[in-house]
Design a protein around this ligand. Structure first.
Ligand code: UD1
Ligand code: CA
Length: 449
């Protein structure tokens, strides 16, 4: 296989987002658009990935450097067009003689499946391969002008197009592949004598033709090529992303009565046979095993739910929650960095943070793992089959031994041995007739006013 590299363009200003957060760091499916673009390049088998960023976005430079390393970030300053942007990546690709694919960092829905045909075209002898799509409304997109033999003659930007060219609906997605040495050679010839006064990447097509080389197009669905320029378009991208994930989950055998109310992250893993009730939100890094049920209005993030477990309604699983086989986490229970053993239960109103709950242990309503002393976090361990009474505060670090019980309302500050009962409560007193006498007195006072 010809070696592959990617150049991801991210030097645009993104001003239409009207946000202090750089455009490409906005998330779709819980992952930044920049990361989606890098994922795509990785999925395409690119061994070298160069992100072209602008000096106006230090956060983008930082993000790309963190993920790919310093040698994978190129700076374009000032931005003089897409062709100029790709040239900024040339030093980072010095000596690379494989294929380069150019993509954008603000098109989060591209799939490897949609882009791979470009490499096939390259393999079949086309020197330049362009990914096109049929635009419902071609508006500002570049138009793909094909010859009689179906080969691509040139790409005309909307602003430079004549009336006839503007009627073409076959448009440029922006994704282009060519061999690296040829691409940079052609880019060196690109001039900016056009409507925008920019160096257009798209001009490499006509320049290749002029050398007697061949350019060809592949086609992608419009839903996959969409770019994000505004908050409203971000919403559309998110909606399209969610639609894809919902159908994928249904195809994989996930049962959902109202999939349109269930929200997925880019990496949500639901096994076939999982049941998801309405209004569930999956944040990043969630895995749910077969036969588990996520009940309505639950929010999960960084969690594993094992087979046969039931979570919710109204449960919150935070990073590090590991809900064991057939365990139950009920309404208004928050679990963070705690594993629940097989068949363990925390059915109502509890906070379980930092620790572990053994198999078949029962956590009563209102139990709190007091994990934080204001400086450090501490662990709470509840042994197998232990019974933690309602409204207990377990002040960590603390261990409740296997089979032990804690009396309702206790504040547990010391370890409880296995099979013991721990009780921390002031003695109860009863005053016979006191309530009736009190009522009698108060009513008399009220009548006297
Ligand atoms: C570009 C294409 C057009 C295509 C459309 C698809 C060109 C000349 N035109 O047009 O044919 O239909 O995309 O969406 O290529 N960028 C830089 N530096 C620059 C300019 C742009 O990094 O100097 C980046 C932007 O951040 C963006 C991408 O390149 O991610 C596309 O730039 P944009 O200005 O949106 O191109 P369009 O005019 O939409
Ligand atoms: Ca654009």
């Amino acid at each position: 296989m010809t070696r592959r590299a990617a150049v991801i363009l991210a030097a645009g200003q993104g001003t239409r987002m009207k946000s202090p957060l750089p455009k490409v760091l906005h998330a779709v499916g819980g992952r930044t658009m920049l990361d989606h673009a890098i994922d795509l390049a990785e999925n395409l088998g690119c061994e070298k990935i160069v992100v072209v960023a602008g000096p106006h976005s230090p956060a983008v430079i930082e993000h790309a450097t963190q993920r790919l390393g310093e040698t994978s970030v190129a700076i374009q300053d000032p931005p003089l067009g897409t062709g100029h942007a790709v040239r900024a990546a040339e030093p980072a690709l010095a000596g690379f003689d494989g294929d380069v694919v150019v993509t954008y960092a603000d098109t989060p829905l591209f799939t490897a499946e949609a882009v791979l045909p470009l490499f096939e075209l390259r393999g079949a002898g086309a020197e330049v391969a362009v990914l096109g799509f049929e635009a419902a409304d071609p508006a500002a997109y570049g138009r793909l002008i094909l010859g009689g033999d179906g080969a691509l003659l040139r790409i005309v930007e909307a602003k430079d197009a004549n009336e006839i060219e503007r009627t073409v609906h076959h448009c440029n997605s922006g994704v282009i592949a060519a061999s690296a040495p040829l691409l940079f050679e052609l880019l060196a010839e690109v001039r900016n004598n056009n409507a925008k006064g920019e160096y257009y990447l798209t001009d490499v097509v006509a320049l290749a033709r002029a050398r007697g080389l061949t350019a060809r197009t592949a086609s992608a669905p419009e839903s996959v090529v969409m770019g994000v320029n505004s908050q409203a378009e971000l919403v559309v991208a998110e909606r399209l992303f969610q639609e894809v994930r919902r159908s994928r989950a249904l195809e994989a055998g996930v049962h959902m009565v109202a999939p349109e109310t269930v929200f997925f992250a880019h990496d949500t893993e639901l096994a076939g046979g999982v049941s998801v009730e309405p209004h569930v939100v999956f944040g990043p890094r969630v895995r749910v095993e077969a036969g588990a049920t996520i009940r309505a209005f639950s929010h999960l993030e960084g969690a594993v739910v094992r087979s046969g477990a039931v979570v919710g309604p109204y449960a919150r699983l935070r990073p590090g929650a590991d809900i064991g086989e057939a365990a139950h986490v009920g309404n208004f229970v928050e679990v963070k960095n705690v594993s629940l053993g097989q068949g363990a239960k925390a059915n109502h109103l509890a906070y379980l943070g930092d620790g572990e709950v053994g198999p078949r242990a029962n956590i009563g309503a209102g139990v709190i793992f007091c994990n934080y002393d204001g400086v450090f976090k501490h662990r709470t361990v509840v042994g197998e089959g232990a019974f933690v009474g309602s409204d207990c505060a377990l002040v960590a670090p603390v261990t409740i031994g296997a089979g032990a019980m804690t009396g309702s309302g206790s504040v547990i500050t010391r370890d409880v041995p296995p099979d013991a009962l721990a009780l921390e409560r002031s003695p109860q007193v009863e005053k016979p007739g006191w309530a009736a006498a009190f009522r009698h007195r108060k009513r008399a006072e009220k009548a006297a006013r």
